[in-house]
Design a protein around this ligand. Structure first.
Ligand code: PEP
Length: 256
């Protein structure tokens, strides 16, 4: 069996000024200490990336991520940020196609595909988000929704590209709602995602890729969710804004 190192990322969304971000990172550095059983990623807003990057530069076990990027390398795209700009700040990961980007900014699978390609070209590791809405789950369409998002978002890629990608499964009905997919529901979806990847890539590549669960992860549910065989980490929203809570998630996620 392939041993996949867990990856826990905090998606701060549109929260924290630069000063507040630095205070949170200082607390996290103290609370997380040298813990390195999981890969740990912080995704603050763009405005704090530079300062947080500097603070994290002597900290080997906490990496920096961004919440979004534009697909073009440069140009007349007012208000946008390129992969190269992120890379220059020592950003290592970038969240692509989060359900909030899909819902409020009309990103679709083709956008996700172009952004993922641009991220990989800049040597950033994309965290590609997929997930069904509540009506889609209730109509029992979640499998086909996930398959469409995966094949569209990852179109044109091979095993080489897949090796640098992380998938985040976010049941949209569990994002910021306090509702969590049960460990059984989550495992079933993760297993399906791996099965779809196995059909489209080699079985080895599908076995190696890490699939994060995303949706109201807390210290109290992290161990049960992350002990499921196909759940390899978590993308954490609200609960990543509190140093103690996020540290507890990271440590509980690694409990056997
Ligand atoms: C998210 O949107 O990335 C997320 C997981 O949010 P929350 O944990 O707050 O549900």
């Amino acid at each position: 069996m392939i041993n996949r190192k867990k990856i826990i990322a905090g998606n701060w969304k549109m929260n924290k000024t630069q000063g507040e971000a630095l205070a949170l990172v200082e607390d996290l550095i103290r609370d997380i200490g040298k813990f390195d059983e999981a890969e740990i990623v912080l995704c603050p807003p763009f405005t704090s990336l530079s300062a947080v990057s500097e603070l994290l530069s002597p900290v080997p076990n906490i990496k920096l991520g961004a919440q979004n990027m534009h697909e073009a390398a440069s140009g007349a795209y007012t208000g946008e940020i390129s992969a190269g700009m992120l890379k220059a700040l020592y950003v290592r990961y970038v969240i692509i196609g989060h359900s909030e980007r899909r819902q409020y900014f009309h990103e679709d699978d083709a956008t996700v595909n172009r952004k993922t390609k641009a991220a990989l070209a800049a040597e950033l590791r994309p965290i590609v988000c997929v997930g069904e809405t509540l009506p889609e789950r209730e109509a029992d369409k979640w499998k086909s929704v996930l398959e469409t998002q995966l094949t569209g978002g990852l179109a044109g890629f091979g095993d080489k590209e897949l090796a640098d990608i992380i998938i985040a499964y976010e049941p949209v009905w569990a994002i910021g709602t306090g509702k969590t997919a049960s460990p059984v529901q989550a495992q079933e979806a993760h297993q399906w995602i791996r099965e779809v990847l196995r059909k489209n890539f080699s079985p080895v590549a599908a076995d190696k890729i890490r699939i994060q669960y995303c949706g109201s992860v807390k210290a109290e549910n992290a161990k049960e969710l992350l002990s499921q065989p196909d759940i390899d980490g978590a993308l954490v929203g609200g609960a990543s804004l509190d140093a103690r809570g996020f540290t507890a998630i990271i440590k509980n996620a690694c409990l056997k």
